[in-house]
Design a binder for this molecule. Structure first.
Ligand SMILES: C[S@@+](CC[C@H](N)C(=O)[O-])C[C@H]1O[C@@H](n2cnc3c(N)ncnc32)[C@H](O)[C@@H]1O
Length: 211
């Protein structure tokens, strides 16, 4: 079994469980913003028996192409790849989504607003979620965050929860773990001999309801 087989298995089992356990809507409309290779988009599609719509947004066209090919191979029609914009804003209508997913998106990036994109993304989640809709955040690289003054600082889950709550979200404590898939697709780690599925970093999903 390759690591990609294990990732596919995760998307159909533990990954799907994350989303089926946080929303109780039979055909939800979902946004996975900065979806990368789409592991969380596929997990969400599997969570709802593929009766949902998952908008998988990324600025990297290669990621979108990878997702299109994989969805076709797996005969999944409910994932819609969409190209993102530089400014992290998007054209989806207000109160459009039941669930917004942000995985590994909040740490500082030198090229794009020095990390301030996080605040735009929280505003966009607030705008585009329906009332009672769910924001699911899986943060990594917490030591490489920036505050509103663009100053590098170490974040904790508590600090991030307080920050997101200030935008009009209610935190809901759930014991849900997600996986940091970055190394699976990294040529650096592939050249070094690859990584094992079990060695991938795990992190806590922070779940919020739009008030
Ligand atoms: C660290 S990766 C996270 C990928 C994915 N969420 C995951 O955890 O597997 C960050 C992703 O954000 C995408 N990205 C960067 N800027 C973006 C933007 N302005 N709009 C949409 N996606 C963007 C990158 O192309 C990359 O795929």
């Amino acid at each position: 079994m390759t690591i990609f087989d294990e990732v596919n298995r995760w998307e159909k089992t533990e990954g799907a469980y994350i989303f089926s356990s946080i929303i109780d809507v039979s055909s939800p409309v979902i946004l996975d913003y900065g979806c990368g290779c789409g592991n969380y988009s596929f997990a969400a599609a599997n969570a709802f028996g593929r009766k949902c719509k998952v908008y998988a947004v990324d600025i990297n066209k290669q990621c979108l192409e990878y997702i299109s090919v994989k969805a076709k191979d797996e005969k999944i029609n409910c994932i819609i790849p969409v190209e993102g914009k530089e400014d992290y804003r998007h054209d989806f209508d207000s109160e459009f989504f039941d669930l917004v997913i942000y995985v590994d998106m909040f740490h500082g990036e030198e090229k794009t607003y020095n990390g301030l994109h996080r605040f735009v993304m929280i505003e966009e989640a607030k705008r585009t979620l329906k009332d009672g809709g769910i924001l699911a955040v899986l943060p990594f690289h917490l030591s490489n965050f920036r505050d509103k003054n663009k100053k590098k600082c170490k974040y904790s889950y508590k600090k991030l929860i307080e920050e997101i709550s200030e935008y009009g979200f209610k935190y809901i404590e759930k014991d849900l773990q997600g996986i940091h898939f970055e190394k699976v697709y990294s040529s650096y780690y592939q050249q070094k001999g690859g990584v094992t599925f079990d060695s991938l970093e795990r992190g806590k999903f922070l779940i919020f309801e739009k008030k």
